[in-house]
Write a protein that binds this ligand. Structure first.
Ligand SMILES: *Cc1c(COP(=O)(O)O)cnc(C)c1O
Length: 394
Protein backbone atom coordinates (compact mmCIF):
# COMPACT_ATOMS: atom_id res chain seq x y z
CA UNK A 1 0.00 0.00 0.00
CA UNK A 2 1.44 3.33 -1.06
CA UNK A 3 1.52 6.27 1.36
CA UNK A 4 -0.94 9.19 1.56
CA UNK A 5 1.23 11.64 -0.44
CA UNK A 6 1.45 9.16 -3.33
CA UNK A 7 -2.21 8.12 -3.19
CA UNK A 8 -3.35 11.76 -3.33
CA UNK A 9 -1.74 11.98 -6.76
CA UNK A 10 -2.32 8.51 -8.23
CA UNK A 11 -5.48 6.90 -6.84
CA UNK A 12 -8.34 6.71 -9.33
CA UNK A 13 -6.19 7.36 -12.41
CA UNK A 14 -8.12 4.60 -14.20
CA UNK A 15 -11.10 6.97 -14.49
CA UNK A 16 -9.03 9.01 -16.97
CA UNK A 17 -9.33 6.89 -20.12
CA UNK A 18 -7.40 9.35 -22.29
CA UNK A 19 -3.63 9.69 -22.75
CA UNK A 20 -3.60 13.09 -21.07
CA UNK A 21 -1.39 12.99 -17.97
CA UNK A 22 -3.77 15.38 -16.24
CA UNK A 23 -7.39 14.21 -16.35
CA UNK A 24 -9.47 16.33 -18.74
CA UNK A 25 -12.56 18.21 -17.62
CA UNK A 26 -15.55 16.09 -18.63
CA UNK A 27 -17.76 19.09 -19.36
CA UNK A 28 -20.69 17.05 -20.65
CA UNK A 29 -24.13 16.45 -19.21
CA UNK A 30 -24.64 13.19 -21.10
CA UNK A 31 -22.70 10.33 -22.71
CA UNK A 32 -23.03 8.30 -25.87
CA UNK A 33 -25.16 5.20 -25.23
CA UNK A 34 -23.46 1.86 -25.52
CA UNK A 35 -24.90 -0.20 -28.37
CA UNK A 36 -24.88 -3.32 -26.24
CA UNK A 37 -28.26 -3.21 -24.46
CA UNK A 38 -27.03 -4.97 -21.31
CA UNK A 39 -24.16 -2.51 -20.98
CA UNK A 40 -26.62 0.34 -21.46
CA UNK A 41 -28.87 -0.98 -18.70
CA UNK A 42 -25.86 -1.18 -16.40
CA UNK A 43 -24.89 2.42 -17.27
CA UNK A 44 -28.41 3.61 -16.54
CA UNK A 45 -28.81 1.83 -13.22
CA UNK A 46 -25.39 1.21 -11.59
CA UNK A 47 -24.65 3.58 -8.70
CA UNK A 48 -22.29 6.45 -9.60
CA UNK A 49 -21.85 5.16 -13.17
CA UNK A 50 -19.34 7.74 -14.51
CA UNK A 51 -20.51 7.99 -18.14
CA UNK A 52 -24.30 7.96 -18.43
CA UNK A 53 -25.83 11.27 -17.31
CA UNK A 54 -24.15 13.84 -15.06
CA UNK A 55 -26.54 13.56 -12.09
CA UNK A 56 -25.67 9.85 -11.95
CA UNK A 57 -21.93 10.32 -12.12
CA UNK A 58 -18.89 11.82 -13.83
CA UNK A 59 -15.34 10.43 -14.27
CA UNK A 60 -13.76 13.23 -12.21
CA UNK A 61 -16.33 12.84 -9.43
CA UNK A 62 -15.45 9.13 -9.35
CA UNK A 63 -11.73 9.88 -9.20
CA UNK A 64 -12.15 12.41 -6.37
CA UNK A 65 -14.38 9.97 -4.47
CA UNK A 66 -11.77 7.20 -4.85
CA UNK A 67 -9.02 9.46 -3.48
CA UNK A 68 -11.02 10.66 -0.49
CA UNK A 69 -12.36 7.17 0.37
CA UNK A 70 -8.74 5.96 0.31
CA UNK A 71 -7.66 8.85 2.55
CA UNK A 72 -10.51 8.30 5.02
CA UNK A 73 -10.06 4.50 4.93
CA UNK A 74 -13.70 3.88 4.05
CA UNK A 75 -14.99 1.49 1.37
CA UNK A 76 -16.59 4.18 -0.75
CA UNK A 77 -17.44 7.88 -1.07
CA UNK A 78 -19.82 10.17 -2.94
CA UNK A 79 -19.00 13.68 -4.13
CA UNK A 80 -21.72 16.37 -3.98
CA UNK A 81 -22.01 20.06 -4.77
CA UNK A 82 -21.45 21.54 -1.27
CA UNK A 83 -20.69 20.47 2.26
CA UNK A 84 -24.32 21.13 3.18
CA UNK A 85 -25.47 18.90 0.30
CA UNK A 86 -23.24 16.16 1.72
CA UNK A 87 -24.59 16.64 5.25
CA UNK A 88 -28.28 16.86 4.31
CA UNK A 89 -28.18 14.03 1.75
CA UNK A 90 -26.18 11.77 4.10
CA UNK A 91 -28.64 12.32 6.96
CA UNK A 92 -31.74 11.97 4.75
CA UNK A 93 -30.37 8.60 3.59
CA UNK A 94 -30.54 7.40 7.21
CA UNK A 95 -33.55 8.85 9.00
CA UNK A 96 -37.30 9.11 8.45
CA UNK A 97 -40.24 10.55 10.38
CA UNK A 98 -40.41 9.09 13.88
CA UNK A 99 -36.63 8.59 14.16
CA UNK A 100 -34.37 10.28 16.69
CA UNK A 101 -30.93 11.88 16.24
CA UNK A 102 -28.39 12.74 18.91
CA UNK A 103 -26.31 15.78 17.91
CA UNK A 104 -24.02 18.26 19.67
CA UNK A 105 -24.77 21.79 20.89
CA UNK A 106 -21.99 23.18 18.71
CA UNK A 107 -22.15 22.52 14.99
CA UNK A 108 -21.48 24.36 11.77
CA UNK A 109 -24.25 26.99 11.48
CA UNK A 110 -25.85 25.37 8.40
CA UNK A 111 -25.96 22.01 10.16
CA UNK A 112 -27.63 23.61 13.19
CA UNK A 113 -30.24 25.15 10.87
CA UNK A 114 -30.80 21.78 9.18
CA UNK A 115 -31.52 20.17 12.56
CA UNK A 116 -33.51 22.96 14.17
CA UNK A 117 -35.42 24.40 11.24
CA UNK A 118 -35.69 21.58 8.74
CA UNK A 119 -35.58 18.05 10.16
CA UNK A 120 -37.97 18.81 13.03
CA UNK A 121 -40.57 19.94 10.46
CA UNK A 122 -40.35 16.45 8.94
CA UNK A 123 -41.11 14.63 12.19
CA UNK A 124 -37.53 13.81 13.19
CA UNK A 125 -36.64 14.23 16.84
CA UNK A 126 -33.25 15.67 17.84
CA UNK A 127 -31.49 15.84 21.20
CA UNK A 128 -28.52 18.20 21.44
CA UNK A 129 -25.86 17.30 23.99
CA UNK A 130 -22.57 18.72 25.28
CA UNK A 131 -19.88 17.01 23.22
CA UNK A 132 -17.37 17.31 26.10
CA UNK A 133 -19.60 15.30 28.46
CA UNK A 134 -18.59 11.66 28.00
CA UNK A 135 -21.87 10.38 29.48
CA UNK A 136 -24.26 12.72 27.65
CA UNK A 137 -24.53 10.74 24.40
CA UNK A 138 -25.34 7.42 26.01
CA UNK A 139 -27.85 9.08 28.36
CA UNK A 140 -29.66 10.60 25.36
CA UNK A 141 -30.19 7.28 23.53
CA UNK A 142 -33.85 6.37 22.91
CA UNK A 143 -35.37 3.26 21.36
CA UNK A 144 -35.82 5.21 18.09
CA UNK A 145 -32.28 6.69 17.94
CA UNK A 146 -30.90 6.07 14.44
CA UNK A 147 -27.98 8.46 14.26
CA UNK A 148 -25.30 10.04 16.46
CA UNK A 149 -24.05 13.11 14.61
CA UNK A 150 -20.67 14.58 15.60
CA UNK A 151 -18.32 17.38 14.66
CA UNK A 152 -14.78 17.57 16.04
CA UNK A 153 -13.04 19.94 16.45
CA UNK A 154 -16.30 21.85 16.41
CA UNK A 155 -17.12 25.24 15.02
CA UNK A 156 -16.24 27.82 16.25
CA UNK A 157 -14.72 27.16 19.68
CA UNK A 158 -12.73 24.02 18.91
CA UNK A 159 -14.18 21.59 21.40
CA UNK A 160 -13.30 17.94 20.89
CA UNK A 161 -15.56 14.89 20.83
CA UNK A 162 -14.08 11.57 21.96
CA UNK A 163 -14.21 9.54 18.73
CA UNK A 164 -13.12 6.23 20.25
CA UNK A 165 -15.83 6.44 22.90
CA UNK A 166 -18.55 7.32 20.38
CA UNK A 167 -17.38 4.80 17.79
CA UNK A 168 -17.63 2.08 20.44
CA UNK A 169 -21.02 3.32 21.72
CA UNK A 170 -22.45 3.33 18.19
CA UNK A 171 -21.25 -0.22 17.53
CA UNK A 172 -22.54 -1.47 20.89
CA UNK A 173 -26.00 0.01 20.40
CA UNK A 174 -26.29 -0.53 16.66
CA UNK A 175 -26.61 3.23 16.00
CA UNK A 176 -24.91 4.84 13.00
CA UNK A 177 -22.21 7.36 13.90
CA UNK A 178 -21.38 10.23 11.55
CA UNK A 179 -18.60 12.83 11.88
CA UNK A 180 -18.14 16.16 10.12
CA UNK A 181 -14.35 15.95 9.69
CA UNK A 182 -14.00 19.29 7.86
CA UNK A 183 -12.02 21.18 10.52
CA UNK A 184 -9.48 18.40 11.04
CA UNK A 185 -9.02 17.21 7.44
CA UNK A 186 -8.14 13.55 6.82
CA UNK A 187 -4.44 14.38 7.16
CA UNK A 188 -4.97 15.18 10.83
CA UNK A 189 -7.80 12.86 11.84
CA UNK A 190 -9.26 9.56 10.60
CA UNK A 191 -12.60 8.90 12.34
CA UNK A 192 -12.96 5.46 10.70
CA UNK A 193 -9.95 4.27 12.74
CA UNK A 194 -12.13 4.77 15.82
CA UNK A 195 -15.09 2.83 14.47
CA UNK A 196 -17.05 5.85 13.18
CA UNK A 197 -19.31 4.74 10.29
CA UNK A 198 -19.69 7.85 8.14
CA UNK A 199 -17.28 10.75 7.54
CA UNK A 200 -18.36 14.01 5.92
CA UNK A 201 -16.36 16.88 4.49
CA UNK A 202 -17.09 20.30 3.24
CA UNK A 203 -14.50 19.91 0.46
CA UNK A 204 -14.87 23.66 -0.01
CA UNK A 205 -12.35 23.96 2.84
CA UNK A 206 -9.09 21.99 3.27
CA UNK A 207 -9.69 19.37 0.55
CA UNK A 208 -10.13 21.96 -2.21
CA UNK A 209 -7.78 24.26 -0.34
CA UNK A 210 -7.78 27.29 -2.66
CA UNK A 211 -11.12 28.97 -1.87
CA UNK A 212 -12.20 28.63 -5.49
CA UNK A 213 -14.92 25.96 -5.34
CA UNK A 214 -17.69 24.49 -3.22
CA UNK A 215 -18.04 20.73 -2.82
CA UNK A 216 -18.96 18.09 -0.27
CA UNK A 217 -18.08 14.43 0.27
CA UNK A 218 -19.74 11.58 2.14
CA UNK A 219 -17.52 8.58 3.02
CA UNK A 220 -18.80 5.22 4.30
CA UNK A 221 -19.58 1.61 3.45
CA UNK A 222 -20.42 0.60 -0.11
CA UNK A 223 -24.00 -0.21 0.81
CA UNK A 224 -24.58 3.09 2.61
CA UNK A 225 -22.97 5.18 -0.16
CA UNK A 226 -25.34 3.52 -2.66
CA UNK A 227 -28.23 4.66 -0.49
CA UNK A 228 -26.82 8.20 -0.34
CA UNK A 229 -26.33 8.12 -4.13
CA UNK A 230 -29.97 7.09 -4.67
CA UNK A 231 -31.08 9.98 -2.45
CA UNK A 232 -28.76 12.37 -4.31
CA UNK A 233 -30.36 11.33 -7.62
CA UNK A 234 -33.64 12.89 -6.50
CA UNK A 235 -32.26 15.68 -4.32
CA UNK A 236 -29.98 16.60 -7.21
CA UNK A 237 -26.99 18.35 -5.60
CA UNK A 238 -24.44 17.02 -8.13
CA UNK A 239 -20.96 18.55 -8.25
CA UNK A 240 -20.23 20.29 -11.56
CA UNK A 241 -17.44 18.91 -13.80
CA UNK A 242 -15.26 22.01 -13.50
CA UNK A 243 -15.52 22.25 -9.70
CA UNK A 244 -14.74 18.57 -9.48
CA UNK A 245 -11.65 19.08 -11.64
CA UNK A 246 -10.50 21.96 -9.39
CA UNK A 247 -11.04 19.73 -6.36
CA UNK A 248 -8.97 16.95 -7.94
CA UNK A 249 -6.20 19.47 -8.58
CA UNK A 250 -6.40 20.82 -5.01
CA UNK A 251 -6.25 17.36 -3.45
CA UNK A 252 -2.82 16.68 -4.94
CA UNK A 253 -1.20 19.13 -2.50
CA UNK A 254 -3.42 18.42 0.51
CA UNK A 255 -0.74 16.83 2.67
CA UNK A 256 1.82 19.58 1.96
CA UNK A 257 -0.68 22.34 2.64
CA UNK A 258 -2.06 20.84 5.84
CA UNK A 259 1.42 20.15 7.23
CA UNK A 260 2.45 23.79 6.65
CA UNK A 261 -0.86 25.07 8.03
CA UNK A 262 -0.50 22.94 11.21
CA UNK A 263 2.98 24.35 11.76
CA UNK A 264 1.98 27.97 11.15
CA UNK A 265 -1.10 27.71 13.37
CA UNK A 266 0.89 26.21 16.25
CA UNK A 267 3.42 29.06 16.14
CA UNK A 268 0.78 31.75 15.79
CA UNK A 269 -1.27 30.27 18.65
CA UNK A 270 1.79 30.20 20.93
CA UNK A 271 2.62 33.81 20.04
CA UNK A 272 -0.96 35.00 20.61
CA UNK A 273 -1.13 33.18 23.94
CA UNK A 274 1.86 35.20 25.16
CA UNK A 275 0.29 38.52 24.04
CA UNK A 276 -1.32 40.61 26.79
CA UNK A 277 -4.08 41.90 24.48
CA UNK A 278 -5.35 38.38 23.96
CA UNK A 279 -7.26 37.07 26.94
CA UNK A 280 -7.60 33.52 25.68
CA UNK A 281 -6.47 31.37 22.78
CA UNK A 282 -8.43 28.22 21.92
CA UNK A 283 -6.19 25.93 19.85
CA UNK A 284 -6.21 22.17 20.24
CA UNK A 285 -2.41 22.08 19.85
CA UNK A 286 -1.83 24.18 22.99
CA UNK A 287 -1.30 22.39 26.32
CA UNK A 288 -3.68 25.01 27.79
CA UNK A 289 -6.57 23.60 25.71
CA UNK A 290 -8.72 21.66 28.22
CA UNK A 291 -8.93 18.68 25.84
CA UNK A 292 -5.34 18.77 24.56
CA UNK A 293 -4.65 15.21 25.77
CA UNK A 294 -7.72 13.87 23.94
CA UNK A 295 -6.69 15.83 20.84
CA UNK A 296 -3.22 14.24 20.99
CA UNK A 297 -4.82 10.80 21.24
CA UNK A 298 -7.11 11.08 18.23
CA UNK A 299 -5.41 13.67 15.99
CA UNK A 300 -2.13 13.51 14.07
CA UNK A 301 -1.97 17.28 13.71
CA UNK A 302 -3.91 20.19 15.16
CA UNK A 303 -5.25 22.06 12.09
CA UNK A 304 -5.14 25.72 11.14
CA UNK A 305 -8.24 26.72 13.09
CA UNK A 306 -7.99 28.80 16.23
CA UNK A 307 -10.17 31.18 18.19
CA UNK A 308 -9.00 34.12 20.23
CA UNK A 309 -10.75 36.17 22.87
CA UNK A 310 -9.68 39.82 22.75
CA UNK A 311 -9.35 41.71 26.08
CA UNK A 312 -11.90 44.36 27.09
CA UNK A 313 -13.22 46.00 30.24
CA UNK A 314 -16.72 45.00 29.17
CA UNK A 315 -18.40 42.91 26.49
CA UNK A 316 -18.90 46.04 24.40
CA UNK A 317 -15.26 47.06 24.79
CA UNK A 318 -14.04 43.57 23.83
CA UNK A 319 -16.33 43.77 20.80
CA UNK A 320 -14.76 47.11 19.76
CA UNK A 321 -11.23 45.82 20.28
CA UNK A 322 -11.95 42.70 18.23
CA UNK A 323 -13.39 44.88 15.45
CA UNK A 324 -10.33 47.11 15.56
CA UNK A 325 -7.95 44.17 15.18
CA UNK A 326 -10.09 42.77 12.38
CA UNK A 327 -10.07 46.08 10.51
CA UNK A 328 -6.33 46.59 10.88
CA UNK A 329 -5.12 43.16 9.81
CA UNK A 330 -3.59 43.37 6.34
CA UNK A 331 -2.62 39.80 5.42
CA UNK A 332 -5.52 38.09 7.19
CA UNK A 333 -8.63 38.74 5.14
CA UNK A 334 -11.96 39.26 6.85
CA UNK A 335 -13.98 36.64 5.01
CA UNK A 336 -16.17 33.66 5.81
CA UNK A 337 -14.94 30.12 5.07
CA UNK A 338 -11.65 28.47 6.00
CA UNK A 339 -9.07 25.91 4.99
CA UNK A 340 -7.55 27.77 2.04
CA UNK A 341 -3.93 28.70 1.34
CA UNK A 342 -4.68 32.28 2.44
CA UNK A 343 -5.23 33.24 6.08
CA UNK A 344 -8.75 34.38 6.97
CA UNK A 345 -10.32 35.87 10.06
CA UNK A 346 -13.96 36.37 11.06
CA UNK A 347 -15.96 37.76 13.95
CA UNK A 348 -18.40 34.90 14.67
CA UNK A 349 -20.80 37.01 16.76
CA UNK A 350 -21.41 39.25 13.71
CA UNK A 351 -21.25 36.52 11.07
CA UNK A 352 -23.89 34.38 12.75
CA UNK A 353 -25.87 37.32 14.15
CA UNK A 354 -28.93 36.49 12.10
CA UNK A 355 -28.71 32.67 12.26
CA UNK A 356 -28.25 32.13 15.97
CA UNK A 357 -30.39 33.39 18.84
CA UNK A 358 -28.57 34.91 21.85
CA UNK A 359 -29.16 31.63 23.66
CA UNK A 360 -27.74 29.54 20.81
CA UNK A 361 -24.68 31.80 20.70
CA UNK A 362 -24.16 31.16 24.37
CA UNK A 363 -24.57 27.38 24.19
CA UNK A 364 -22.20 27.22 21.23
CA UNK A 365 -19.74 29.50 23.06
CA UNK A 366 -19.78 32.52 20.75
CA UNK A 367 -18.74 35.68 22.60
CA UNK A 368 -18.51 39.31 21.49
CA UNK A 369 -14.72 39.57 21.70
CA UNK A 370 -14.08 36.34 19.79
CA UNK A 371 -12.22 36.15 16.49
CA UNK A 372 -11.96 32.90 14.53
CA UNK A 373 -8.80 32.45 12.51
CA UNK A 374 -8.08 30.09 9.63
CA UNK A 375 -4.31 30.02 9.19
CA UNK A 376 -2.94 29.70 5.65
CA UNK A 377 0.46 28.87 4.19
CA UNK A 378 1.97 32.38 4.10
CA UNK A 379 5.30 32.80 5.94
CA UNK A 380 4.80 32.62 9.70
CA UNK A 381 6.96 35.72 10.34
CA UNK A 382 4.61 37.79 8.18
CA UNK A 383 1.51 36.37 9.88
CA UNK A 384 2.86 37.19 13.35
CA UNK A 385 3.99 40.67 12.26
CA UNK A 386 0.50 41.32 10.88
CA UNK A 387 -1.16 40.45 14.18
CA UNK A 388 1.46 42.41 16.08
CA UNK A 389 0.74 45.64 14.20
CA UNK A 390 -3.06 45.14 14.35
CA UNK A 391 -3.02 44.52 18.11
CA UNK A 392 -0.97 47.69 18.60
CA UNK A 393 -3.93 49.65 17.15
CA UNK A 394 -6.28 48.87 20.06
C1 LIG B 1 -18.22 25.09 5.64
C2 LIG B 1 -18.63 23.96 6.48
C3 LIG B 1 -19.75 23.19 6.16
C4 LIG B 1 -20.63 23.50 4.96
O1 LIG B 1 -19.95 23.37 3.77
P1 LIG B 1 -20.37 24.15 2.41
O2 LIG B 1 -19.41 23.63 1.44
O3 LIG B 1 -20.25 25.61 2.70
O4 LIG B 1 -21.79 23.77 2.15
C5 LIG B 1 -20.05 22.12 6.97
N1 LIG B 1 -19.32 21.83 8.06
C6 LIG B 1 -18.25 22.56 8.42
C7 LIG B 1 -17.49 22.19 9.65
C8 LIG B 1 -17.87 23.65 7.66
O5 LIG B 1 -16.81 24.39 8.03
Amino acid sequence: MAKVETNLIHIGEEFNKTNAVVAPIYQSSTYLANEDIDAYITAATAPKYPEFYHRHGNPTNSQVAAIVANLEKTADALVLSTGMAAISTAILALVKAGDHIIAQHAHYSGTTLFFKQFLIDYGIEITHVDQKDINAFEAAIQSNTKLIYLETPSNPNLDITDLELLGRLGKEKGITTMVDNTFASPINQLPSEFGIDVVIHSATKYLGGHSDLTAGIVCGSKEYIEKVWSRSLVLGATLSPFDSWLLLRGLKTLSLRVRQINENAQQLAEWLERNAAIQHVAYVGLPSHPQHELAKKQMKGFTGMLCIEVVGQSDENAFQNAQRILNNLKIFTNAASLGGVESLVVHPASMWGSHHSAEQKQTSGITKGMLRISVGIEHIDDLIADFDQAIRMI
